[in-house]
Design a protein around this ligand. Sequence first.
Ligand code: EPU
Length: 351
Amino acid sequence: MIYRDVDMTNSSTLRLISTAAAKLTIHTISDIQDAINFCHEKNLPMMPLGDGSNVILSSTVNACILDMAMLGIDVINENSTNIWVRVGAGENWHEWVTHALSKNWFGLENLALIPGRVGAAPIQNIGAYGIEVASYIDSVEYVDLSRNHVTDLSVLQLKSDECQFSYRNSIFKQHRSNRLITSVTFCLDKVFTPHTDYPSLRQRIVALDVPNPHAVDIFQAVINLREKKLPDPKLLPNAGSFFKNVQINPATLERLLEKYPSLPFYEVNDDQSACVKLPAAWLIEYCGFKGQQIGSLAMHANQALVLINKGLDEGFQNNTAEKVLAFADTIIRSVRQEFDLTLDIEPQFIE
Ligand code: EPU
């Protein structure tokens, strides 16, 4: 079904006031073919969207939104240690993680309760509690949207090592408008190995006092941690972490530690030129923004990295992307002035 001047306010978890030029729901490859032909005829760019949990929608989106609803969970191969499962881009992420666990397919437990759909997971290489999804992706299937007028759209594939995965990044984020992800093929473990090095997760597991935690224990611990810190977007509109953590080199770390001895940092090895990660939440909190509200926007009181939109509360006018970006800029400038570091916005701005 094709819509015009679509109200997008309820199509993103930040719930910003927004309209789009058009919107199509995509269930099949043939729907994508129709979308390419329609957008070529109307001279509209195409913009795929899942649950809108990692986007900032501009007041006017001059594009045709492709609501990705392709479903399906199919086992395509297995051996004694691993199983390969192809999952449609439109499947809900948390339901897929729950399903995998119920089948004793392991690896995704640490990524429980992340909002959004499966097709969005590789784009920003979702990660939480010490695991990035890239480690469990075998390949990503996509179609090339740059073609005009198609009658025989073929599905292409990139193997994991061709996806240029890094911290909250991939080839799909860099060339977002051209490659439309239709499914993701995961390679999961049949034998469970716990990953509990992430400090807050380790503490939680130790507190459980279970000698050999099973995948379900990790899954439940992650859910509890997330529910405690991260606001439910249905109750308090937000887009998860609003800024990326900051990657710096050891020399910069040394300079910072002299002035800020309690600055927390983590070693990372996914990028050779930047090998230390600083929690942006700490920098934001240090600058006084944790729980601080300007107009009807605020940084969350339990997690300084999460920007929340209180514009739907009584007495406020709902917010726009422009107001959100101005608020973010205030924080970016303050952090730069204090630490000489630049915060990058994590969700994608769509206009
Ligand atoms: N911290 C503060 N103040 C706060 C919150 C955290 O100083 O208000 C410091 C603490 O030192 C804490 C550290 O930041 O130990 C890390 O905090 P947390 O474990 O909450 O994780 P994060 O680095 O802030 C990242 C991801 C989250 C993911 C968590 C858990 C990014 C941008 N964010 O946040 O992902 O859930 O780790 O693994 O990498 C998301 O991407 O939307 C998201 C929620």
